[in-house]
Design a protein around this ligand. Sequence first.
Ligand SMILES: Cc1ncc(COP(=O)(O)O)c(C=O)c1O
Length: 148
Amino acid sequence: MCAHIEEIANICKKYQVPLIEDAAESLGSAFHGMHTGTFGEYGIISFNGNKIITCFGGGMLLVNSEDAEEKTVKVRYWFMQAQKPARWYQHTEIGYNYRMSNIVAGIGRGQLKVLARRVEKKRYIHAYYQEYLGSLPGIHFMSMNGRY
Ligand SMILES: Cc1ncc(COP(=O)(O)O)c(C=O)c1O
C-alpha cells in the first residue's frame, strides 16, 4: 500500500516531527507534481543493484530544511568516519565508512541521462502486467497516482 504522504507530511509539520521519507525505490517518480523523497525534511534514495539507477550499492540523502547546509556538513562528517579537519587522521568520535567513491558516483551520474527512458520502460512493464494479470482474483495493481 502506498503511503498517504501528503497527510503524513501535514501531521509531521503540525506536531514538529521531522519526516524522513524512504523513497528508496522511487527515483524518477512524482506525486502531485513533487518528486518522491522531497516531501519531508529528509529523503533517501537507494542505488542498490535492483534500483532504477544503480551504483551497485549506496544511495543518496536529500536534505530539505532551512539549515540544510549545516545538516549536510554533519552527515558528510559521519559518513567520512567522523574525521576531523586536520592534516593527519584525527577521530574523536565514532563515524562510518559510508562514502561513495567518485568512480562509482560517476557510473550513477551517467545513468541520470537515461532515467526518463527507464521510467517509461517501468510504465510499459506495469501496463503489460496489468493487462495480462489484472483480471485475476486477488491481484491488485497500484495505480499511476500511487493509490490502489
Ligand atoms: C523501500 C525500501 N527501503 C529501503 C531499501 C534498502 O535500500 P538499500 O539496499 O540501498 O539499503 C529498499 C531496497 O530495496 C527499499 O525498497
